[in-house]
Each structure stands twice: as structure tokens, then as C-alpha cells.
Design a protein around this ligand. Structure first.
Ligand SMILES: NC(=O)c1ccc[n+]([C@@H]2O[C@H](COP(=O)([O-])OP(=O)(O)OC[C@H]3O[C@@H](n4cnc5c(N)ncnc54)[C@H](O)[C@@H]3O)[C@@H](O)[C@H]2O)c1
Ligand SMILES: O=P(O)(O)OC[C@H](O)CO
Length: 336
């Protein structure tokens, strides 16, 4: 018999809604915080999130709230599904005591502080890091919402927190592994979005399958170099949150980040692309964080550099390609 928890999910975007629905299907008592007034009215009436997860009828047991404190109060598990740039300010609105564990679903690195989502959560809510976990892996929301078979990783410095979450989230179509490398899992989840933009640019320019596979491989090398410097464990890069999510996001047609790259390659301006998207492609902000962080840590990240220049300095994608290909030749070393 599964233990039943009281759960609050912060953020009714595509992933927050999907996970709230999954947890409700798993038998838990779940409240989903919906920020937008119109969406709140609509979702209560139709049980469909027509902005972020259209076409999926949500569980009859799922409850909705527009109050972050009501959502977070007296919960065994709080799930945070807020894009990183809005995370700190949203959490600051919570004034109730946090009694249980907090699970982060966000994939990004904060611009000014270089904090990972779990660090923002720990500091802002004033809770110890062993009550925080991060869930990450090759997980398109739509496929999980359609109950297609999916695997993922939940990472925490505290084994009990990871196992509690593993049991609460797992079901016949969602298989959750545990990890103790929260830094590695979050770094992989954030940085694969930069490589997905790069892969989208490459595909949008029709550079071919060789180029995409090369980008994924050298992208993983870049992610690993920075990740190891920041305390990640090497084996995490070869796992679901690492190569698993990188492969998915750099090749999958549902990726918002890859779509940004495809549209950039077709000549659209990043400002116009972002204005046209309700969903948040985290890789755009994360590119800025990682570009600056790599300079501070003196880590060579050529793909990230070029994506930064394309997104923030208006560099032409073909010029970025030329500069990437014309760097000094070297021996292949996964970490160089
Ligand atoms: N969608 C996926 O397939 C998926 C899978 C795994 C992880 N993630 C990650 O989960 C996190 C949440 O993404 P998502 O896909 O659920 O969201 P989304 O991109 O579908 O929706 C955007 C979300 O941002 C919120 N938002 C917009 N403006 C805001 C503001 N000013 N203040 C506070 N919130 C604001 C919206 O209410 C909505 O919840 C992201 O870090 C994402 O990378 C997404
Ligand atoms: O649609 P994306 O590019 O934000 O990617 C979604 C998930 O992170 C894939 O695991």
C-alpha cells in the first residue's frame, strides 16, 4: 500500500500541471497553485489547462488554489514547478511554516547569483538542504501527461527525502530512480537546455545528422567540465538527468528550447520568439548565467559561448558555426 501525502504544487505550467495530475492519480491529496486569473477560472470549470497542457483532462481529485500560502501550508510535500527567473519572488510570498520536504522541478541557473533551484528554495524558505530534492530527467510533460512510459531521477543529499519522493511519485508509467548528487542532477538539467538551443540552430540551418551528434557529444563534454568544477559527480553525466535529458531535448520535437534554436536559424529575433511563447524556454536565461559563470571559473565552453553571442550579441549562426569549427585542433579528451 502506498503512503498517501498532502501535497501542494506551485506553478501550473505544463510540467507543474502534469506532475500535480500524476500525484493525484497516485492517490495523494493535491492542490495546484494557478497564478493566472483566467486560467484558474477555466481549469476549475473544465479540468483542462488550455494554456500550458491543452487536451489533457485532469483528475477529478485535483484541487486548485490561487493562494501560495494555502498551497504550501501543512503539506508533507511541496513541489516547486516555477521557471527559475520567477522562483525567488514566488517563494518570498510564502509566509507559512514549511513542514515537509520541497521537491524542485525547475531546470535552470539564476542569472545574478548562479544559484541552482534547490539552493534558491533552501535559502528563500529557510529550510535545510536535506529537506530539498530535485527531480530531473528526459521528461516531456505532454508524454507523461499521456501516461507514456518515462524514467527520471530524484536527487537529494538526504537518502530519506529521496526515497520518500521516489515512492510518492513512482507508478506504472513513471519510474523514479534516486541519486545523492543534487548538484550534478540540477546542473545537467539546466545546461542541456543550452545544447538543445544549439541543436535547434544546427537543424534549422540543415547542417545534418553528423553535426547534431557532434554537438550533443561535445555539449556533454562542456556540461561535464563545468559540472565537475561545481561539485557534480562524474557518473551523473552518463545518467537520465545527463545524457538522457540531453539526447531528448536536443532531438525531440516537443522541446521548447530546441524550437528557439530552430526559429533563430530561420532568422527570427530572440525578443520576438520569446514574446510569442507563453511557455518558458529556460535555456535562454541559463545561457547568460553559464556564460558568465564559465568566465568566472575559467572553464572553456565553446558551444555556450557561441549560443550566448547569437542570443545576446546578435551574432549570425553561420559565423558562430565558422568560429566553432576553426578553433585550434586538439586531441579528443572528454574533459578538455
Ligand atoms: N514542460 C516540460 O516538459 C518540463 C519538463 C521538465 C522540467 N521542466 C521545467 O519545469 C519548470 C516549469 O516549467 P513548466 O514547463 O511547467 O512551465 P511552462 O513554461 O509551461 O509555463 C510557464 C510557467 O511560468 C509561470 N509564470 C509566468 N510568468 C510568471 C511570473 N511573472 N511569476 C511567476 N510565474 C510566472 C506561469 O504561470 C507558468 O506556470 C521549468 O524550469 C522547466 O524547465 C519542464
Ligand atoms: O521543452 P524543454 O526544452 O523546456 O524541455 C523540457 C524538459 O526539460 C525535457 O526533459
Amino acid at each position: 500500500m502506498r503512503k498517501i501525502y498532502n501535497i501542494g504544487v506551485l506553478g501550473a505550467g505544463s510540467w507543474g500541471t502534469t506532475i500535480a495530475n500524476l500525484l493525484s492519480i497516485n492517490g495523494h491529496n493535491v492542490v495546484l497553485y494557478v497564478r493566472e486569473d483566467e486560467l484558474f477560472k477555466e481549469i476549475k470549470k473544465t479540468r483542462i489547462n488550455n494554456i500550458y497542457l491543452n487536451g489533457i483532462k485532469l483528475s477529478e481529485r485535483l484541487k486548485f488554489s490561487q493562494d501560495v500560502n494555502e498551497t504550501a501550508n501543512k503539506k508533507d510535500i511541496i513541489v516547486s514547478a516555477i521557471p527559475v527567473k520567477f522562483l525567488r519572488d514566488t517563494l518570498k510570498k510564502i509566509s507559512c511554516n514549511i513542514e515537509g520536504v520541497v521537491i524542485s522541478l525547475s531546470k535552470g541557473i539564476e542569472n545574478e547569483t548562479f544559484c541552482r533551484p534547490s539552493q534558491i528554495i533552501g535559502k528563500t524558505l529557510g529550510i535545510e538542504i536535506d529537506r530539498v530534492a530535485a527531480l530531473s530527467g528526459p521528461n516531456f510533460a505532454k508524454e507523461v501527461a499521456l501516461k507514456l512510459p518515462t524514467a527520471t531521477v530524484i536527487a537529494s543529499t538526504n537518502k530519506e527525502t529521496a526515497i520518500l519522493t521516489q515512492n510518492a511519485f513512482s507508478n506504472s508509467y513513471f519510474r523514479v530512480y534516486t541519486s545523492n548528487d543534487i548538484a550534478g542532477v540540477e546542473i545537467c538539467g539546466a545546461l542541456k537546455n543550452i545544447m538543445a538551443i544549439a541543436s535547434g540552430v544546427s537543424d534549422g540551418l540543415n547542417l545534418g545528422d553528423n553535426a547534431r551528434a557532434s554537438l550533443i557529444t561535445r555539449g556533454l563534454s562542456e556540461i561535464s567540465r563545468l559540472g565537475l568544477k561545481l561539485g557534480a559527480k562524474q557518473e551523473t553525466f552518463m545518467g537520465l538527468a545527463g545524457i538522457g535529458d540531453l539526447m531528448l531535448t536536443a532531438t525531440g520535437s516537443l522541446s521548447r528550447n530546441r524550437t528557439v534554436g530552430l526559429r533563430i536559424a530561420k532568422g527570427e529575433k530572440i525578443k520576438v520568439i520569446l514574446e510569442s511563447m507563453k511557455m518558458v524556454p529556460e535555456g535562454v536565461n541559463t545561457t547568460k548565467s553559464v556564460y558568465n559563470l564559465s568566465k568566472e571559473k575559467n572553464i572553456d565552453m565553446p558551444i555556450t559561448n557561441e549560443i550566448y553571442k547569437i542570443l545576446y550579441e546578435g551574432k549570425k549562426p553561420f559565423d558562430a558555426l565558422k568560429d566553432l569549427m576553426n578553433r585550434p585542433l586538439k586531441a579528443e579528451n572528454y574533459l578538455l
